[in-house]
Design a protein around this ligand. Structure first.
Ligand SMILES: [Zn+2]
Length: 294
């Protein structure tokens, strides 16, 4: 169900790679869009340096055909359709390239996002000036988990001339990861490793997701099949087979999923955000839009 409760509110989420919007912020963005806000995801790279889950598309990766980035455009489009949000690529699709992990040879590419300098700030400013969002969502200074492109996304948001009323940083909750992981018996070939998942103890707002919004987030994550595997027993669409996690406490881990590293991660119907800049949240707020003026 959609409402016009947030009509006039404009929100931009700035993300490093296709899939980040769904994994980190899919519930919030879907919720705000359903409540009438205009929500736009800006993706900075095509995620060209990623691995792919399952045998079907393994030759698309950078070590082979180097076609993964192009393929991920349609995964991203489907995820945005499910979330009900608009989408832009920073500077146009493929303008800036995935830089890979810290120390990756991909950093040497002139198009690598980490080498973009003021061109990437200008490209973001152009979008922000056009949309005039009151709220921007991105990562904290560590990029959420240290990926150089995530750190670069954080930097361009904070370097842009355009200043919104509020900037929020999406974070992963440590209690959620640790309690959830303890409740999971990982599927064969997977493992739990809460200590390897970057997460934090503090946040300024925990944004609850309705069952419908939580379901949309899961479906949007599923749309990124090269990157995400949901352990619900359904076959993975790219030939990886099926995986089903056994969960002792369903509230602690109603959904279990993994990236290509096959570390089983719990997913709960809440997203956590820290105030990065601008208008503080009122005490006790459980909605990221509290206190924003439209
Ligand atoms: Zn990413």
């Amino acid at each position: 169900m959609t409402t016009s409760e947030l009509a006039g509110l404009k929100v931009v989420a700035v993300h490093a790679h296709p899939d980040d919007e769904a994994i980190w912020t899919g519930g919030l963005l879907c919720d705000l869009a359903r409540r009438g806000a205009q929500v736009t995801v800006v993706t900075c790279t095509l995620g060209e340096e990623g691995e792919t889950i399952g045998p079907d598309l393994q030759y698309l990766t950078v070590d082979h055909a180097d076609q993964l980035g192009g393929y991920r455009i349609q995964e991203l489009a489907e995820a945005q359709r499910i979330l009900g949000v608009q989408h832009r690529f920073l500077g146009g699709a493929g303008r800036f390239r995935d830089s890979g992990m810290e120390g990756s040879p991909a950093h040497a590419d002139l198009r690598a996002f980490v080498n973009a300098g003021s061109a990437s700030v200008d490209a973001l400013d152009e979008i922000l000036q056009e949309i005039q969002p009151q709220l921007i969502v991105t990562y904290g200074p560590d990029g959420g988990y240290g990926h150089p492109d995530h750190i670069a996304a954080h930097k361009i948001v904070h370097a842009a001339k355009y200043t919104p009323q509020r900037i929020l940083w999406c974070v992963t909750s440590k209690p959620m990861i640790h309690t959830g992981s303890a409740a999971i018996t990982a599927p064969a070939g997977w493992r739990t490793a809460p200590g390897e998942i970057a997460c934090v103890d503090t946040w300024d707002v925990a944004h609850p997701l309705s069952p419908e919004v939580f379901d949309a987030k899961i479906q949007a994550m599923r749309a990124h099949a090269t990157q995400v595997w949901i352990a619900d027993g359904r076959p993975h669409p790219l030939g990886a087979g099926s995986a089903r996690a056994i969960v002792e406490d369903v509230e602690a881990a109603p959904v279990v999923w993994a990236l290509s590293n096959l570390i089983a991660q719990p997913l709960t119907p809440v997203e956590y955000y820290q105030l990065g800049a601008g208008e503080p949240l009122p005490d006790g707020a459980n909605d990221v839009t509290a206190g924003l003026v439209v």
